[in-house]
Design a protein around this ligand. Structure first.
Ligand code: ADP
Ligand code: C5P
Ligand code: MG
Length: 212
């Protein structure tokens, strides 16, 4: 990746962003693919962006690879540049950002830099035993899908990501979804949330117009 200074992307246009969170193997990628297709969002999995960066032979590749293999969270300085590039290249203005913000540092850095608040945050809630089963069956050749790294990733999720989820809960931006059901049933619940969010915004708009 070229070493350009970090610049704000959202100077150019107004972006609509939805963050998608959940433990490893909870089904974020599976649901994002359905949401993207159904609602016209660009799906950006930060894990996928990091893996592509390793495969591109970038200078950061070795550092990223060792962090992923330890289940650690890569510094935002790296992930945000990858996200910005992917957002710019997509040409879209509606993004599902999957697997981000993974910790407080991710959250604060993105918000401070881009001044973008997510419209809302989806949280795919799934018990560890089910996530473990799904990851061990995933078969995508990922080096971090082994029992030793899975345990580390669960620990990082609880210690670093759950506080971010709680942050958005306190802001009234969190929609928690039972991700334990079959994928099509989970997607029905996702669609219900999109309808509820739209209805809530129409009501708010009508209310603000009525008091003008
Ligand atoms: P994440 O992106 O959260 O790590 P994925 O979408 O990659 O999760 O899903 C992990 C694995 O579980 C994949 O093999 C996927 O096909 C499978 N999977 C996803 N959602 C479900 C579901 N609701 N029920 C059963 N298996 C699922
Ligand atoms: O989301 P996914 O499971 O694909 O992420 C794989 C790994 O990528 C994480 O365990 C972590 O090491 C890294 N990652 C990160 N920062 C993010 C998202 C993913 O460091 N925001
Ligand atoms: Mg994923």
């Amino acid at each position: 990746m070229s070493e350009v200074a970090v610049e704000r992307l959202s100077n150019d246009k107004a972006f609509k962003v939805i963050f998608v969170l959940g433990g490893p193997g909870s089904g974020k990628g599976t649901q994002c693919a359905k949401i993207a297709k159904h609602y016209g969002f660009t799906h950006l999995s930060v894990g996928d962006l990091l893996r592509a960066e390793i495969n591109s032979g970038s200078n950061n590749g070795t550092m990223i690879e060792s962090m992923i293999n330890e289940g650690k969270i890569v510094p935002s300085e790296v992930t945000i540049k990858l996200l910005q590039r992917a957002m710019r290249e997509s040409g879209n203005d509606k993004f599902l950002i999957d697997g981000f913000p993974r910790n407080e540092e991710n959250r604060a850095s993105f918000e401070n830099l881009e001044k973008i608040e997510p419209e809302f945050v989806l949280f795919f809630d799934c018990p560890e035993e089910e996530m473990e089963r799904r990851i061990l069956n995933r078969n995508q050749g990922r080096d971090d899908d082994n029992m030793e790294t899975i345990r580390k990733r669960f620990k990082v999720f609880i210690e670093s990501t759950l506080p971010v989820i709680e942050f958005y809960n306190l802001k009234g931006k969190l929609y928690k979804i039972d991700a334990c059901k079959p994928a099509d049933e989970v997607f029905e619940d996702v669609k219900a949330i999109f309808s509820r969010f739209r209805a809530k915004n129409i009501t708010l708009l009508q209310f603000s117009l009525s008091i003008i």
